[in-house]
Design a protein around this ligand. Structure first.
Ligand SMILES: [Zn+2]
Length: 460
C-alpha cells in the first residue's frame, strides 16, 4: 500500500469504476481494471479484486464494460473566453470556407461570464478538466473582440470563487496585443503596474506572462534561419528599430518576467525565433535555477539544436498537431521541402527529452482533444495526405501530452494529471477502448462521463 493511500481508506469509496481499462498515466503508463474515488480523491487503482473491498452500501459502482478511464484532459493552450464567443464556429474552418462573420464583441461582464460558462459546459462534455487561458490582460483592454482584456481575468476569478468553473484554469497575462506587436515599455509597465486577481486554490491561477515573439511561417512573418521560398526571412514582432534592437527587447522582456517570478509562455514559430527564445529562456533559468516551467508555444519550426537547448534547460513545448495536419501544405509552400523535416517535430522533441504538451488553440481548432490526439498519432491531414510521418506519436505518448505533462506545465503534477492514489479525482470516461480504437475513429467515441474533484460534471 502506498503511504498516502491510508488516509483515504478510513471508509468505503464514494465511487468505483470497474471492469475496463483505467489508463493511470503513471510513470510506467500502467493500465489497470478498476479505480476507487473517495472524498474527491483517488483512493485506489488496481485489479477488480484489489478495488472491491472499498465497495460499501453507499458506494456508487459503475461497471465499465470495457470502457476506458483516462485522467481528466488538460488542454494546455485554449482561449476559453474567445471559444465561448465563437462556438460552434472555429477560425480555421471559417478560413477554409473563405471567411465568416465575426461574432458580436463581448462588451459587458455578463457577456464575458456567459462566454466562459459556455466554454465550461462544452469542455465538460469533452472530458476536459483543466486548461490554460493563454493571454488575457491590459494589452487587449481596448481590443475589438472583447475576449482578451484584463477584466476577463477578474471574471474567471469570480466564477472560480463561486464554484461555477467545471475546469481548473491557469492563465497567462498579456501586456501587448494578441497575435500582434508588443513593446518593451508595455511589458515592463505591465509587470510593474498590473495586479492580477488572487488565485482561487485548485481552480484558478494567474501563473505568468504570454509574449508574442513572431507571427507564423505560412504568412512569412515568422523569423527563420533558412529563407522562405520568396527569399525573405521574416522577423520578430517585438518593437525595435533594428533586428538587433528587437532581439535585445525580447531578451529584456523575458529577463524581466523571469526576474519577477513568472512562468513565461512565448509564441515562437520561426526557426530563428524558437532558437533565440530557447536560448534566452535557458539563460534566464541558468541565472537563478528557478523551476519556472517556461515554454515555447506552437514551435512550428524547431531545429535539432533548439530541441537540445530546451531539453537541457527544462523549457517545455506546447504545440498543436491539428495545426500541423491542417496547414502542412501551406507550410510547404512557404518554407520549401528542405525545411519540412523540422516542422512540428513532436517525435524529435520527445527523443531529445523535451516535455511536450499537445493542445487545441481553440477556437482556432476544435477543442475536441480526440481529434488532436488522432492528428498527433496519424499526422493525417484533411486531404488524407500524411504530413510529417516520422513525427507520429503513439497513443500513450499523446495521452501523456494531454494529461500529466500539461500538469507539469501548470506546476501541479504532484496532485493532478494522472490516476494515482491521493491525487484529485479528475477523470474522463471514454465509451470505448482507447487502445483498440483506430485513431481516426476516436473523435466518434463519446465521452460518457467527466468528473472534476470527484464531482460528476457530465454524464450520458
Ligand atoms: Zn493561441
Amino acid at each position: 500500500m502506498l503511504a498516502n493511500e491510508s488516509e483515504y481508506l478510513a471508509g468505503t469509496a464514494d465511487l468505483v469504476l470497474t471492469g475496463g481499462a483505467v489508463h493511470t498515466v503513471d510513470a510506467a503508463d500502467r493500465v489497470v481494471d478498476a479505480i476507487a474515488v473517495t472524498g474527491g480523491r483517488i483512493a485506489r487503482t488496481g485489479t477488480a479484486e484489489q478495488v472491491a473491498p472499498l465497495i460499501g452500501p453507499g458506494t456508487r459502482v459503475i461497471p465499465l464494460e470495457g470502457r476506458s478511464v483516462l485522467p481528466g484532459i488538460n488542454d494546455s493552450h485554449l482561449h476559453g473566453v474567445w471559444l465561448g464567443q465563437m462556438w460552434p464556429s472555429l477560425l480555421m474552418e471559417q478560413m477554409a470556407a473563405g471567411g465568416g462573420e465575426p461574432p458580436a464583441p463581448l462588451k459587458t461582464r455578463e457577456d464575458r461570464r456567459r462566454a466562459i460558462l459556455r466554454t465550461a459546459e462544452l469542455l465538460a462534455t469533452l472530458g476536459v478538466t483543466s486548461y490554460t487561458e493563454p493571454g488575457l490582460g491590459p494589452g487587449e483592454d481596448t481590443g475589438p473582440s472583447g475576449c482578451f482584456g484584463s477584466e476577463a481575468l477578474r471574471d474567471y476569478a469570480e466564477l472560480a470563487a463561486e464554484g461555477r468553473l467545471t475546469a481548473r484554469v491557469t492563465a497567462l497575462m498579456l501586456f501587448g496585443e494578441l497575435d500582434g506587436r508588443s513593446s518593451l515599455q508595455d511589458v515592463l509597465g505591465g509587470l510593474r503596474d498590473f495586479t492580477p486577481p488572487a488565485p482561487v486554490p485548485g481552480r484558478f491561477r494567474v501563473a505568468g506572462v504570454k509574449i508574442f515573439a513572431d507571427g507564423i511561417p505560412p504568412m512569412r512573418n515568422a523569423w527563420v534561419d533558412d529563407p522562405y521560398t520568396d527569399g525573405s526571412y521574416g522577423g520578430l514582432l517585438v518593437d525595435g528599430d533594428s533586428e538587433a534592437g528587437r532581439e535585445a527587447a525580447l531578451r529584456e522582456m523575458i529577463d524581466a518576467a523571469h526576474a519577477a517570478g513568472h512562468q513565461i509562455g512565448v509564441h515562437a514559430t520561426g526557426s530563428r525565433t524558437t532558437r533565440t527564445v530557447a536560448r534566452m529562456m535557458a539563460d534566464a533559468l541558468a541565472r537563478d535555477g528557478r523551476d519556472a516551467r517556461h515554454y515555447i508555444i506552437h514551435g512550428d519550426l524547431l531545429a535539432p539544436g533548439t530541441l537540445a537547448t530546451m531539453a537541457a534547460a527544462g523549457v517545455g513545448l506546447n504545440t498543436q498537431a491539428g495545426i500541423a495536419v491542417f496547414t502542412g501544405e501551406m507550410m510547404r509552400g512557404a518554407v520549401g521541402d528542405a525545411v519540412m523535416p523540422i516542422t512540428w517535430p513532436t517525435r524529435d522533441a520527445l527523443t531529445a527529452g523535451v516535455r511536450l504538451c499537445l493542445s487545441s488553440d481553440a477556437p482556432v481548432l476544435t477543442p475536441d482533444w480526440r481529434a488532436g490526439l488522432a492528428a498527433a498519432v496519424t499526422r493525417r491531414g484533411l486531404d488524407g495526405g500524411v504530413c510529417g510521418e516520422e513525427q507520429r506519436l503513439t497513443v500513450a505518448e499523446a495521452l501523456r501530452a494531454y494529461t500529466i505533462v500539461p500538469a507539469w506545465q501548470d506546476g501541479d503534477e504532484s496532485w493532478k494529471g494522472s490516476l494515482e492514489p491521493g491525487k484529485v479525482a479528475d477523470l474522463c470516461v471514454l465509451d470505448g477502448d482507447l487502445l483498440a480504437t483506430e485513431p481516426d475513429a476516436l473523435p466518434k467515441v463519446p465521452v460518457s462521463l467527466t468528473m472534476v474533484d470527484g464531482r460528476v460534471v457530465h454524464e450520458i
